[in-house]
Design a protein around this ligand. Sequence first.
Ligand SMILES: Cc1cc2nc3c(=O)[nH]c(=O)nc-3n(C[C@H](O)[C@H](O)[C@H](O)COP(=O)(O)OP(=O)(O)OC[C@H]3O[C@@H](n4cnc5c(N)ncnc54)[C@H](O)[C@@H]3O)c2cc1C
Length: 386
Amino acid sequence: MDFDFSKEQKLIQKEVRRFAQEELAPRYSQWDRERKYPRELVKKMGDLGYIGVSVSQELGGLGESYVTEGLVCEELSRGDCSLPMSTQVAGHLCAGLLEQGSRSVQKAFLDPFLAGEQVCAFCLTEPGSGTDAGALQTSAVRKGDAYVLNGEKSGITAIMDADFALVFARTTPGHDARGVSCFVVPCNLPGMSTQAYEDLGCNAIVRGSLFLQNVEIPESYRIGEEGRGFRLAMRGFDISRIFLCLEAIAPALVSLQETMAHVKGRTAFGRPLATFEAVSFPIIEHFSLLEAVRLLCYKALWLRDQGQSSTKEAGMVKWMAPRFSTNAIRDCITLHGHYGYTKEYPLEQRLRDVLAIEIADGTSQVSKLVVQREMMGREFLPYNYR
Ligand SMILES: Cc1cc2nc3c(=O)[nH]c(=O)nc-3n(C[C@H](O)[C@H](O)[C@H](O)COP(=O)(O)OP(=O)(O)OC[C@H]3O[C@@H](n4cnc5c(N)ncnc54)[C@H](O)[C@@H]3O)c2cc1C
């Protein structure tokens, strides 16, 4: 057993941490206020190789392990725990799909995405299907050597800034996940339109709905086999969910470190706050829980690097990490007293941003169902979960 990162991983960790402190953290609240996608920063991230870390070198990535990609996501999230939901989480899902596209699709979409020049959106959820994603109703109908797409995708991260979208649509009518295919669709095609949401957090990567009205795309824009799209999406989730958890844990750990410094420095009743157990114990409890779930995240990524399944572990961390992280940040706010409630501190924004992770990429409830299916067997599920 080896709990340490390699020498190379530690160097990457140090470099990304410095980048996050210098380039992301100082503008984290400004981007939130202005609802501005920081394209220039994302370009820098592309130049530094921080996007698509595990994509093979032949296809323009760094060809690094999932553990290393997780480390990059965690470190970026110490400076900004919203942006990686687009660049690292949706980014990982989209890159994984584009890797399976034709060479011309890879050149047209994967290359500019890895370079940080184009923004992608992962479009699975619909107004009538979220948790039960396989029941989606957006249609893709063949027309010669093209497909015509119609439908609405909802709740999509960064759709307002996306240059292209990975869209899941039904090629076989019905409600069966096996009739779903995946397509890459440029956002500037006729028939594509969007509508922004006013969200609680993650405001720099504005979510919204995507409407597809008779959008025609060539057959070559289909990713993978017809009817196999849902399976492709689920495979990506086993990794992206873990990145999302590291994205939640990082700001919680930073908040706890800041809170520890605060309660050591501030006094009440003639003593540092840190000497009161009611102050110090919650901090210690949060550190303990977060350290445990962080290790499980890296174990899950390591399993995938070894070619083993991480479905159970991804489900376990997905219900724990965002919940433990929001609990920790909430306590950090109260332990800062009235200052913690102001926008002078990044705590309130972190709480708003991390709360999103309790829902995105699958809720706590469905994550527990995944673990239940893996541990007890499909026959003990309350219904036929896909
Ligand atoms: C910040 C954010 C970013 C997102 N980004 C994207 C994106 O980029 N692309 C994308 O496609 N989607 C995205 N989503 C959508 C997200 O994946 C869905 O919101 C999520 O899967 C839940 O689906 P739903 O909202 O339709 O909730 P529903 O499916 O309607 O569920 C509502 C509630 O019921 C519970 N529930 C449902 N079924 C069961 C069950 N069988 N047992 C127990 N409880 C159940 C759920 O856990 C939830 O609490 C994003 C969401 C958020 C909040």
